[in-house]
Design a protein. Structure first.
Length: 244
């Protein structure tokens, strides 16, 4: 996505008018959160997958996201993505394949929380349920709403923003701790070095915060980490298969 072009001549906008316009635009944020919640609460277990919309179908990370999502959906996890293409499409595609094979009987569905943008973001073809948001903030709230795990593939600023959000929520105790899984050593190792050298080294985070996430390339390790989460006690209750 290209940044909005700047006009040649600076435009002066009264700040109060800009603030009032923002409040009008945000007027239905609570309705969007409620709509997303109404979808999430249907599913016994969810895993949220993040990553770039620009990842192509021949990229190894696309194939890996599809594989992991198919395996998790087959194990009864509803896969949640941002609803777009790239990694999001791969996650939904994997879950959709599993649902077609019967995973939906145990909760393995493919959920897409798309966002309305002027360019680039369109809903992929693999969701079994979806909702289109107008604002980033409520979309991010719903996508980080008590998932069993958060899986991050390589991505741009949006992915990093979503990663920072859940890291901060878990670090500060504002949400329940769940596995944060970063897929791809070749992408995330430099970030890991930065965290340990700069953030931890300068005392900007606490000892142990660098262990809130796990970096791996192994699909089986990802599935194992997701299944290891026992935070939600009702997961011990077997979910009866749905009738035809």
């Amino acid at each position: 996505m290209q940044p909005k072009p700047n006009t040649e001549q600076p435009v002066c906008v009264p700040r109060d008018i800009a603030l009032q316009a923002a409040m009008i635009r945000l007027g239905n944020v609570d309705e969007e959160i409620q709509a997303g919640y109404n979808i999430i609460r249907k599913y016994h277990k969810t895993v949220t997958v993040f990553g770039s919309a620009r990842t192509t179908e021949d990229d190894p990370y696309y194939k890996l996201a599809e594989e992991i999502s198919q395996r998790l959906a087959g194990a009864g996890y509803a896969i949640v993505s941002g609803g777009g293409n790239g990694i999001m499409g791969a996650a939904n595609q994997g879950a959709h394949i599993a649902a077609q094979k019967g995973a939906s009987k145990v909760g393995g569905e493919s959920i897409g929380f798309n966002i309305k943008l002027p360019h680039e973001q369109t809903l992929n073809n693999y969701t079994t349920e979806h909702y289109e948001f107008a604002h980033f903030a409520p979309r991010k709230i719903v996508m980080t709403m008590y998932a069993d795990a958060y899986i991050y593939f390589p991505g741009g600023f949006g992915t990093l923003d979503e990663f920072s959000e859940i890291m901060t929520l878990i670090q500060t105790g504002k949400t329940l701790k769940s596995p944060i899984i970063l897929v791809g050593h070749d992408f995330w190792d430099d970030f890991d070095t930065f965290v340990k050298k700069q953030l931890l080294g300068r005392g900007l985070i606490s000892e142990g915060d660098e262990n809130l996430y796990t970096i791996t390339d192994d699909a089986s390790k990802v599935v194992e980490l997701v299944k290891s989460n026992t935070t939600y006690c009702d997961h011990k209750i077997a979910k009866a298969p749905l009738s035809e």
